[in-house]
Design a protein around this ligand. Structure first.
Ligand code: ADP
Length: 393
């Protein structure tokens, strides 16, 4: 069965087509600069990438070209071969605790949640509608970044703010990266042959979050009302004292929009280093002796360690710790610095095992009290699997 896994942004559309249930990737790609001058798309087929210019005035143009490419590359001969389309949805709030087949009510609910994810949910709705028009017979499924975190208890997801902020304005912790955390926690269960394990999953990419998982369920996660909370990220500040915001608005004459931009786009590794949001550039700065790059990496590591320690206590121990996403899978030095700071928990790095990138692997010594693993994440595969399972019933 052919299933498309789709991630629509406001000006981009990523896709991956699978043969299910084998989870074989047939073709993948990304459409970029949709509705902007200079739009183009890249297709990856048999390990080869091809980029082409295209006139993409809206998402429908992208879906049209996608269908043409699927046929031209003999991935499908007929549109009806595509049985399902899984859409990544950033915000499902407390309305969805699992993936669902999209009907008119679901679509309206996703749209109604736009105020909680103003950049992402409207783009997802546009993506869903474009595919519905072009490939009407495929079952459309919504897979939410937030649904894995719906198992958090009230005392965890509430902020100690006026209670009416929660009841009247939906202010609470929702988390994000749920599809990734769920995938990695499932993989850990398989690797350790432990269904009822206590796992700490560190998703460290440009955006980053850590989740405490017990018996396959999320107990707590570091992102909050929005992805801004928790870790020091590429350009997001993570946890800060909220009073900094009104203080800076007054002192620097900043608007809510200015503040939003500063804490989401100008902070984190970029804000501290003044060099870049990319951990590779930070490492390059460090090798040149750049003090602010050194500081940025120290702060990043420190915050990750703080959360691991916090979740270790919350879970009353841990059966495994996993690292995933761009930095977690690829940065040998970041993992080393994090794990070395966990010595008090009896965690011991194996430098040779850690000397890999992007590969599922144990990276701690046989003596380590908690095993640590690299688990490359597979959000697209999870989206395809949820879609397949809902179609199969
Ligand atoms: P996003 O949140 O945008 O999906 P990714 O998961 O792709 O982000 O992670 C991006 C981060 O991963 C960047 O900081 C980048 O520097 C880092 N990264 C990617 N490859 C490597 C590498 N080989 N070594 C170190 N860091 C890497």
């Amino acid at each position: 069965m052919k299933i498309l896994s789709v991630n629509a942004g406001s000006s981009s559309l990523k896709f991956q087509m699978y043969e299910m249930p084998e989870e074989k990737v047939l073709i993948s790609g990304v459409f970029e600069r949709i509705g902007i001058k200079g739009s183009c798309y890249t297709i990856k087929l048999n390990g080869e990438k091809t980029t082409k210019e295209a006139n993409l005035s809206d998402h429908k143009d992208a879906v049209k070209i996608l269908v043409d490419e699927l046929i031209a590359n003999k991935i499908i001969y007929d549109l009806n071969e595509i049985k399902g389309i899984g859409h990544r949805i950033v915000q499902g709030a407390d309305k969805f605790d699992r993936s669902v087949i999209i009907d008119d009510v679901v679509l309206k609910t996703i749209s109604d949640l736009s105020s909680l994810a103003p950049l992402h949910n409207p783009a997802a709705v546009i993506g869903i509608e474009a595919f519905k028009e072009m490939i009407p017979n495929a079952v459309a499924v919504a897979v939410f970044d937030t649904s894995f975190h719906q198992t958090m208890e009230e005392e965890t997801y509430l902020y100690a703010l006026p209670y009416e902020w929660y009841t009247d304005y939906q202010v609470r912790k929702y988390g994000a990266h749920g599809t990734s955390h769920k995938y990695v926690a499932n993989r850990l269960s398989e690797l350790l042959n432990k269904k009822d394990g206590k796992f700490i999953v560190c998703h460290l990419g440009n955006g980053g979050s850590i989740t405490a998982v017990k018996d396959g369920k999320c107990v707590d996660t570091s992102m909050g009302f929005t992805p801004n909370a928790g870790l020091v990220m590429g350009t997001r500040c993570g946890d800060i004292d909220a009073s900094i915001i009104p203080y800076m608005m007054e002192k620097a004459n900043m608007t809510p929009k200015d503040i939003d931009n500063a804490i989401n786009k100008q902070s984190g590794l970029l804000g501290i280093s003044g060099v870049s949001s990319d951990s590779r550039d930070i490492d390059e700065g460090i090798s040149e002796g750049n003090e602010r790059c050194i500081l940025a990496k120290k702060m990043f590591v420190r915050r990750v360690v703080d959360y691991i320690a916090k979740y270790y206590v919350l879970l009353n121990g841990a059966d495994a710790i996993a690292f995933t996403a761009g930095i977690g899978e690829n940065s040998i030095t970041m993992r080393k610095q994090i794990i070395e700071k966990l010595a008090i928990l009896g965690v011991e790095l194996d430098e040779e095992r850690n000397n890999v990138r992007g590969k599922e692997q144990l990276i701690t010594s046989n003596n380590s009290k908690i095993p640590c693993y690299i688990i490359p994440t597979d959000e697209e595969g999870m989206i395809a699997m949820d879609t397949y399972n809902l179609i199969e019933g």
